[in-house]
Design a protein around this ligand. Structure first.
Ligand code: NI
Length: 233
């Protein structure tokens, strides 16, 4: 399932992110890629601990927590620490690859420190600048339904299955700024997550149109019983 999450970041948060990124210590992105991905990765990333990365990932995580759509679609168990990247100039593309299945995450002090493994069930990209600021730079995602190009307004995010082959096409003018991360979902299967998401969204609409009824109560029970059957915590 490929889904847009609108307005993960507010205009004032985006403004602050842009100011932080203007003076950030960018470095070559290939250092953090796996062996296959390294050969096609030509972009820049921020060091994990710099001020810009620290601040922007906090804003992104807060934005996700405000988003009921994110929770319903991803059913997050663990979120890999968001990273920030830039495509432009010499480092302008990230060729076709599938992300590593498992990432080792350094937990924040407030998460208890130490490390944990994160299985990359769902991938997410949050766009930090607008599409008219650069040429190219599409996130191109291929799965069994074909290939789709994604380029969203600043502050919007896209969720897509971690299993998909994807790339960032060359940026031929300007710079593309983005934040990306992975989610280990409580529900491993994309198909099951999609069913739960559709049930949840349609129940929401039914309730808005007809208010609560015996049927919506029963279907809400069905949702939770399916989640109980499929979720791992
Ligand atoms: Ni990737």
């Amino acid at each position: 399932m490929l889904l847009t999450l609108p307005d993960v970041l507010s205009p004032s948060e985006l403004q602050l992110a842009r100011e932080l990124l203007a003076h950030a210590p960018w470095q070559a992105g290939r250092d953090s890629a796996g062996t296959q991905a390294r050969s096609v990765k030509h972009n820049e990333q921020l060091p994990h601990d710099c001020e810009a990365a620290t601040h922007i990932r906090q804003m992104v995580l807060q934005g996700l927590h405000r988003s009921p759509l994110f929770f319903s679609a991803a059913l997050p168990l663990r979120i890999f620490t968001p990273r920030i990247n830039r495509h432009g100039g010499e480092a302008n593309a990230y060729g076709p690859h599938i992300d590593n299945a498992i990432r080792l995450k350094a937990r924040e002090p407030q998460e208890g420190g130490g490390t944990e493994y994160v299985r990359t069930d769902v991938s997410c990209t949050v766009f930090l600048n607008d599409p008219d600021e650069y040429e190219g730079g599409e996130l191109s995602i291929s799965d069994t339904y074909g290939t789709r190009g994604v380029k969203l307004p600043a502050g919007h995010a896209v969720l897509y299955p971690g299993t998909s082959l994807h790339q960032v096409t060359p940026v031929t003018r300007g710079q593309r700024l983005a934040c990306f991360f992975w989610v280990q979902s409580m529900v491993r299967s994309d198909e099951q997550r999609r069913l739960l998401f559709e049930l949840d969204m349609n129940l929401l609409r039914l309730r808005q149109q007809h208010s609560e009824s015996a049927e919506t109560t029963a279907l809400t029970g069905t949702y939770h019983n399916l989640l109980r059957m499929w979720a791992e915590t």
